[in-house]
Design a protein around this ligand. Structure first.
Ligand SMILES: CC(C)=CCC/C(C)=C/CC/C(C)=C/CC/C(C)=C/CC/C(C)=C/CC/C(C)=C/CC/C(C)=C/COP(=O)(O)OP(=O)(O)O
Ligand SMILES: O=P(O)(O)OC[C@@H](O)CO
Ligand SMILES: [Mg+2]
Length: 228
């Protein structure tokens, strides 16, 4: 199922982290809507290919969230391309994208590519540091980025990223209320079914990452909490 508008839950697996075969099977067969492969650092062609091949044993959709040019490879169902809207550094907004399209433009299948308007709100996470994101934003600021993503850039996805920490529910709600068509992904700090349910109530898709590596049983429970 490649229609992100129908998704409710996704797991994000980091190619730079280890996961056993039986753990990976449990994640892929959990009933989640998709496996997103992505991370900020240590993402190489080798570890992306390895994880892709292992996830490919299962029928769950497998998406590459591109974080660098070196690790892009054919074989995924979809490619998510982050555009960090609250970065003042143009590299992370359109710069690397320009380079990539210059290199791959002729062979790109645009039907497989979805651009994500990213807004990173946890100043301590790696992605915020790497992209120099301005995380000192009010709910109104974040909602304005969401409206820009939808109304000015026509982006299919807006991703509110709190990677590593549980976000502010009022901010997420304000962002959701500002969107009409663009799908809102929420990610960050979900460790319990209650947290998954709470964020699912104010977003379209919840993304669960780190807890997979810290407490797999808890991670698996977030699927049922969201998808029933
Ligand atoms: C050959 C072939 C198949 C071609 C396909 C065509 C294709 C897909 C071409 C790509 C086109 C394109 C426009 C690419 C963009 C290139 C690019 C490098 C864009 C920049 C992306 C970007 C802004 C990355 C920033 C990092 C980011 C937002 C990461 C998000 C992931 C995240 C927060 C993960 C959480 O994990 P991590 O941060 O690692 O946290 P811990 O490890 O601490 O848990
Ligand atoms: O790892 P966590 O904190 O669950 O965040 C999930 C995802 O939004 C990271 O990009
Ligand atoms: Mg990582």
């Amino acid at each position: 199922m490649y229609d992100v508008q129908k998704w409710r839950h996704a797991f994000k697996l980091d190619p730079d982290k280890h996961i056993d075969d039986d753990e990976l099977e449990a994640v892929c067969e959990s009933g989640t809507d998709a496996i997103i492969v992505g991370g900020t650092d240590g993402v190489t062609l080798e570890n992306v290919l390895d994880l892709m091949a292992r996830v490919r044993r299962y029928t769950v959709p497998c998406i590459l969230e591109v974080s660098n040019l070196e690790s892009i490879t054919p074989g995924f169902d979809l490619y998510f391309i982050p555009m960090v809207m609250n970065s003042p550094n143009v590299d992370w907004v359109t710069g690397l994208h320009h380079q990539a399209v210059k290199e791959y433009g002729e062979i790109m299948n645009w039907d497989e590519i979805l651009v994500e308007g990213y807004c990173i709100l946890n100043s301590d996470c790696k992605a915020a540091k790497v992209t120099e994101a301005n995380t000192e934003l009010s709910g109104e600021d974040a909602a304005a980025y969401a409206m820009m993503a939808e109304k000015m850039f026509n982006l299919p996805i807006f991703y509110l990223e709190y990677s590593g920490t549980y976000g502010d529910i009022d901010t997420v709600r304000e962002v959701k209320d500002s969107l009409e068509n663009t799908t809102l992904f929420y990610g960050g700090g979900i460790k319990t079914p209650d947290q998954a349910r709470e964020m699912a109530g104010v977003s379209d898709v919840v993304v669960v990452g780190n807890i997979v590596y810290e407490d797999l049983k808890a991670a698996l429970k977030t699927v049922k909490a969201v998808k029933g």
